[in-house]
Design a binder for this molecule. Structure first.
Ligand code: ZN
Length: 343
């Protein structure tokens, strides 16, 4: 991966300081002439302020300049591609949420005890779907065995249907994560490619603005929806409390898929064995297919930051199995167009 910081750091900060000092010197020179002519006393703070305003003005002029527009146009195609991938990742992130218990109505609980217990913590209890109130020992056990406990207390029953549900989420989220990393690399590559054409002052101090002006849109990965399950304990007096939060991230999703599969096999509820779509299998299939898209033949050796995905040749909805011969590697573009054709 390109280290973007090193690209920035390699550019000498000296030039930036020299520009500022020259600008300051120029403006203070003009002001000293003015102050002599008009018999005014101008403080250095005023000169500094005017210099800063002048600098900001120069930045605005630069971003509107023909030169900048030309640079932008030269990489426009790649920026649009990045933004398309960005949009695709955003869609992947819209994973389905697990709803363990059915909605059976709404009720409000308030503490009407007359005793003056310290029950303030009760008011903070979330009565949302992803939180359960439980004993302290369950809280502690959930920490040491999170997958077993979320499966048990959030009603994730080991069925083939639920297994497919979580395999799909894992598949989507992992693509989104990988896609984001590749996208960031691609953006850095593009920007460092034009860095010699951009004034260092802008490159260093207006870097975020530069990306915006170039037209990049960004995936905020902190927004990725990894579902959270909370085990919450509050003592009856409200004096002691504990919380155990299990985040269903990529690692935990892998563990959950394996856990559910083990339970299903144990119960012998499905006869036909099939491949389990975990991160490991995804990598195996990509390796088998030489990291090459089966439709357009694009590969990571042609396009290093290409997002590759795993696709069911015959979709699950049409009876396709998650068997090795029904799984293939597709690039995100082909996978996207295949998906839209199906719909
Ligand atoms: Zn392709």
């Amino acid at each position: 991966m390109i280290n973007y910081d090193s690209v920035i750091m390699n550019k000498s900060n000296g030039k930036v300081i020299v520009v500022f000092i020259l600008l300051y010197g120029l403006i203070s020179g003009i002001f000293s002439l003015l102050s002599q002519a008009l018999q005014l006393f101008i403080t250095p703070a005023v000169i500094l302020l005017v210099t800063s305003v002048f600098l900001l003005l120069l930045v605005e002029i630069y971003f509107r300049s023909k030169r900048f527009k030309e640079i932008k146009k030269s990489i426009e195609f790649h920026i649009n591609e990045c933004n398309e991938l960005n949009e695709y990742i955003l869609k992947l992130k819209e994973g389905e949420i697990w709803r363990g218990s059915q909605f059976v109505g709404q009720a409000f609980l308030s503490d009407t005890s007359r005793n003056n217990f310290q029950r303030s913590y009760w008011s903070q209890i979330d009565n949302v779907n992803d939180t359960i109130n439980c004993s302290l020992s369950i809280c502690r056990n959930a920490k040491s065995d999170p997958i077993k406990y979320i499966s048990k207390y959030f009603n994730i029953i080991p069925t083939e249907e639920n297994l497919v549900h979580f395999e799909n989420i894992l598949n989507k989220f992992e693509s989104a994560e990988t896609g984001r990393k590749l996208l960031v690399e691609q953006q850095h590559k593009l920007i460092s490619g034009i860095s010699s054409k951009i004034p260092q002052l802008i490159f260093k101090f207006w870097n975020k603005r530069l990306k915006e002006e170039l037209g990049f849109s960004f995936v905020e990965m902190k927004d990725i929806h990894f579902q959270k399950f909370t085990f919450q304990y509050v003592s009856s007096g409200g004096n002691s409390s504990a919380k155990c939060v299990v985040i269903l991230d990529i690692d935990n999703l892998n563990n959950l898929v394996i856990y559910l599969n083990d339970r299903i096999n144990f119960r012998k509820s499905i006869k036909g064995q099939r491949a389990l779509i975990t991160s490991y299998l995804r990598l195996q299939i990509k390796e088998r297919d030489n990291f090459t898209c089966k439709i357009c033949r694009n590969s990571v050796s042609i396009e290093p930051n290409l997002l590759l995905e795993i696709d069911h040749i015959v979709p699950v909805s049409k009876g396709g199995l998650s068997s090795l011969d029904n799984l293939q590697t597709l690039c995100w573009r082909c996978n996207r167009s295949k998906g839209s054709k199906m719909i």
